[in-house]
Design a protein around this ligand. Structure first.
Ligand SMILES: C[S@@+](CC[C@H](N)C(=O)[O-])C[C@H]1O[C@@H](n2cnc3c(N)ncnc32)[C@H](O)[C@@H]1O
Length: 280
C-alpha cells in the first residue's frame, strides 16, 4: 500500500472516531451551567447558514465535510431549500441521517459518504455550497476548483476556517502535539486514540486570497473569537474550575473581545474566519 493511500485510510478512521468523541465532549460541556456560553460559539455561524438558506435564489445547497450534520440541518429547517451533506466519515454520515430522521427532516436533508476530491454531482447543480473546518484537513488539495464545477454562476459560497493569525494558536498546537496522549484526548478535537489529523493552517490573508483567486467575490466577512475556545479547553482540562468562574463574567469578557475584534487592529487575533462570497 502506498504511503498516501495509507494516510487517507487512517484519516477516514480518525474522523469516524473523532465524531464519537466530539459528541461525548459536547455532552460534558452541555451538562455545565456554562453551556449557554459555549452556544455563543456556534450561533453566529448557524445564523449565517439560516440567512443563506433563506435567500430567494437558493433552492439546492451542498455542505462538504458536514460531519454529523448540525449545520446542514440548520439550513434544512428553513423549509424552502433542499440540502445534501457529504462527508468522508461513514459514522458521521450515519449519525447525521439519524438526527435528520429525529428532526423530521429526512426528505429535505440527504447525507452521503464521499471524498471532496471526487464530487459526484452534475455541473452547476447547486445554488450554494458550505465548507466549515474542512480546508485545513485537505493538505493543499484545491477544493474550491471542484466546488466551482458543481456550483452555478452567481451561487453563494460560505467558508468557515480556523486560522493561524493569533500566535496562541500555533504555539498551543505545538504544545499539544508534544504533550502526552491522555492530555490531548482530554482537551483536544481528536478521537479516542489521541492522534492529531493532518492539518494545514493559514492566515486570513492567505485564505481570502485563495477564495478570490478561484473566481469568488467576497461580500461578507466575520472573524470568530478565541476566548470562548480558551475557556472551552480550560474546562475540558480542569472541569472543576467552572465552579469558580461565574458565567456572567465569561459573557462580559467575550463581549469585550468581540468589540476589539470588530473595531480595532486586534482583529488579527481572531481564531477563525468566515466569509460569504459569490461565484463570478
Ligand atoms: C473539523 S471537522 C468539521 C465538521 C463540520 N463541518 C463542523 O464544522 O462541525 C472536518 C470534517 O471534514 C471531514 N473530512 C475530512 N476530509 C474529508 C474529505 N477529503 N472529504 C470529505 N470530508 C472530509 C471529516 O470527516 C470531518 O467530519
Amino acid at each position: 500500500m502506498t504511503k498516501k493511500l495509507h494516510n487517507e485510510i487512517a484519516q477516514k478512521e480518525f474522523f469516524d472516531d473523532w465524531v464519537q468523541k466530539k459528541d461525548e465532549d459536547l455532552k460534558r460541556l452541555r451538562a455545565m451551567p456554562h453551556s449557554r456560553f459555549f452556544e455563543l460559539y456556534y450561533s453566529p455561524l448557524k445564523d449565517s447558514v439560516v440567512q443563506l438558506a433563506n435567500k430567494e435564489s437558493v433552492r439546492l445547497m451542498l455542505e462538504l465535510g458536514c460531519g454529523d450534520g448540525d449545520y446542514t440541518l440548520s439550513a434544512a429547517e428553513t423549509f424552502k431549500i433542499s440540502i445534501i451533506g457529504m462527508d468522508i466519515s461513514k459514522i458521521s454520515v450515519r449519525w447525521a441521517k439519524r438526527k435528520a430522521m429525529l428532526r423530521n427532516l429526512s426528505g429535505k436533508a440527504e447525507f452521503v459518504v464521499g471524498d471532496t476530491k471526487y464530487l459526484p454531482f452534475r455541473s452547476g447543480a447547486f445554488d450554494s455550497v458550505m465548507i466549515f473546518g474542512l480546508v485545513h484537513h485537505l493538505s493543499g488539495f484545491d477544493v474550491l476548483q471542484e466546488v466551482s464545477k458543481v456550483m452555478r454562476k452567481e451561487g453563494f459560497l460560505l467558508v468557515f476556517e480556523m486560522v493561524s493569525n493569533n500566535p496562541v494558536i500555533p504555539i498551543g498546537a505545538r504544545f499539544l502535539s508534544l504533550s502526552p496522549k491522555s492530555l490531548r484526548i482530554r482537551i483536544l478535537d481528536v478521537g479516542h486514540s489521541g492522534e492529531i489529523p493532518t492539518t494545514f493552517s493559514f492566515r486570513v490573508d492567505t485564505l481570502r486570497n485563495y477564495i478570490e483567486t478561484r473566481g469568488f467575490k467576497i461580500i461578507k466577512e466575520e472573524r470568530e473569537q478565541l476566548f470562548i475556545f480558551l475557556i472551552w479547553y480550560l474546562f475540558m482540562l480542569i472541569p472543576q474550575v467552572h465552579r469558580l468562574v461565574p458565567v456572567r463574567i465569561l459573557f462580559a469578557l467575550s463581549k469585550i473581545e468581540k468589540y476589539l475584534l470588530e473595531n480595532t487592529p486586534m482583529r488579527e487575533l481572531c481564531r477563525s474566519f468566515m466569509s460569504l462570497s459569490i461565484r463570478q
